[in-house]
Design a protein around this ligand. Structure first.
Ligand code: MEV
Length: 437
């Protein structure tokens, strides 16, 4: 049985690997070789990646792909996408191509406000904390003036602080709800530093506030942290066209639009479907968010919370027919950065920004929302016509062939065979076995 290790993070990378190999991998040289195969020969580049996190052992590749032909607000983009799922980039590309001929995507940012809270415990007289807050509010704002100097120069910074009582839902719980404009930065570090400073100033001032002293009851800071729920940092994207232009191979434009809208209504009504529906949207969103070095966990958490903002988890997209026009849209909260964090550090992220013609944060919000809408369009289109498996398994065929170590000739033969035959795991295995026998 393994024993706990001390000082692991201080060991060299080689020593860490040796310890792990000895402790967990029966000194298996193949396992160690796998880790080392993914080291980059460029030592400087490797060091950059080593330094991203603690205890880096190796690099974990994901495909960095691109979906071209995205016409967004009249400009053509090739969207960078980082994702492991076979059919996602192909689906995005198809949707881009489909809408390219129908006016493209329109996207607009609605709002850009971020927020964070200093969470407080206070079990005294509510009027006292209200008076205290109004007395020191300006001091709290001033306490971050040095911190927000650069942000302010560019038009951002701390916007406001409010004292909110949550006493009715949790006894003694209050919060300083702080709002921020962080411009092209995602702003997590800036917001958290400001919040911690506000919390310090709040506690220091509370110590000498007479009514608290008299009652011997002081507010206490529980924690200070930004919120990844950003419903005041919203972006919308839309596609529209005349319903006749939606005609598919064997289904009229109107019939397609009606079936499509029905699929959206189901996702709006049934949370079990809504989760999968939104997962498909996140396939597109996460892929662009990852390619641009942004925090996909923050984006995921915020978007799913937004999907349940009315108390029930529902679809992030909406579709309707207005007169003879089919309209399909998405509205999501997105806190993204085009400066700071990994954005200027990871060479592939830098590449992604160049590819996107150096967008600012608002433009990136628009591109990401479009990626989500396009992905959902592609998924629903397949689901209500051919079914999802046809396209999905076609893309997945290569993974199955790689699993059985197919040669280039076997792959060629299999691709041509499965052009007219249904792909399934067992059918592919059987086919390769047959080739080999
Ligand atoms: C698969 O990754 C995503 C889908 O399931 C989305 C959907 O069902 O809408 C195809």
């Amino acid at each position: 049985m393994a024993k706990p290790v001390t000082g692991f993070s201080k060991k060299t990378k080689e020593d860490k690997i040796e310890w792990l190999a000895k402790t967990y991998l029966s000194n298996n040289p193949a396992a160690v070789k796998t880790l080392k195969r993914y080291w980059n020969d460029d030592l400087k580049l490797q060091k950059l990646h080593d330094d991203f996190i603690e205890n880096t052992l190796s690099n974990y590749y994901l495909p960095f792909g691109v979906a071209p032909n995205f016409l967004i607000n009249g400009k053509l983009f090739a969207l960078p996408m980082v994702i492991e799922e076979s059919s996602v980039v192909a689906a995005a590309s198809n949707a881009a191509k489909f809408w390219l001929k129908r006016g493209g995507f329109k996207a607009k940012v609605i709002s850009t406000q971020k927020n964070g809270q200093v969470h407080l415990d206070y079990f005294g007289n509510e009027q006292d904390i209200i008076s205290f807050f109004s007395e020191i509010k300006l001091k709290l704002i001033e306490s971050v003036s040095t911190m927000e100097k650069n942000m302010k120069k560019r038009g951002g910074g701390l916007l406001d602080i409010e004292l909110i009582s949550k006493n009715e839902t949790l006894n003694g719980y209050y919060q300083l709800h702080c709002t921020f404009e962080t411009l092209d930065a995602m702003g997590a570090n800036f917001i958290n530093s400001c919040l911690e400073q506000i919390a310090k100033t709040f506690e220091a001032e509370a110590d000498s506030f007479q009514p608290f002293k008299i009652a011997n009851t002081f507010p206490e800071v529980v924690m200070s942290i930004l919120s990844n729920y950003v419903p005041e940092c919203l972006v919308q994207a839309e596609v529209s066209c005349n319903i006749v232009d939606l005609k598919q191979e064997d289904i009229s434009g109107l019939a397609f639009a009606q079936k499509f809208i029905r699929a959206i209504q189901i996702a709006q009504t049934e949370p079990r479907r809504a989760v999968t529906h939104n997962k498909g949207i996140m396939n597109g969103i996460d892929a662009v968010v990852l390619a641009t070095g942004n925090d996909f966990r923050a984006v995921e958490a915020g978007i799913h919370a937004y999907a349940s903002k009315n108390g029930k988890y529902t679809s992030l997209t909406n579709a309707k027919i207005e007169d003879d026009t089919f309209r399909f849209s998405i509205e999501i909260p997105l806190a993204l950065g085009t400066v700071g964090g990994l954005t200027s550090l990871h060479p592939l992220t830098k590449f992604a920004f160049e590819l996107l013609q150096k967008p600012n944060a608002k433009e990136l919000m628009e591109l990401v929302a479009v990626a989500g809408l396009a992905q959902n369009f592609a998924a629903i289109r397949s689901l209500v016509t051919t079914g999802i498996q046809k396209g999905h398994m076609k893309m997945h065929l290569m993974n199955i062939l790689n699993q059985v170590d197919a040669s280039e000739t076997e792959k060629k033969k299999a691709i041509s065979h499965f052009n007219d035959n249904t792909v399934s795991h067992s059918a592919v295995i059987e086919y390769v076995e047959q080739l080999r026998s």
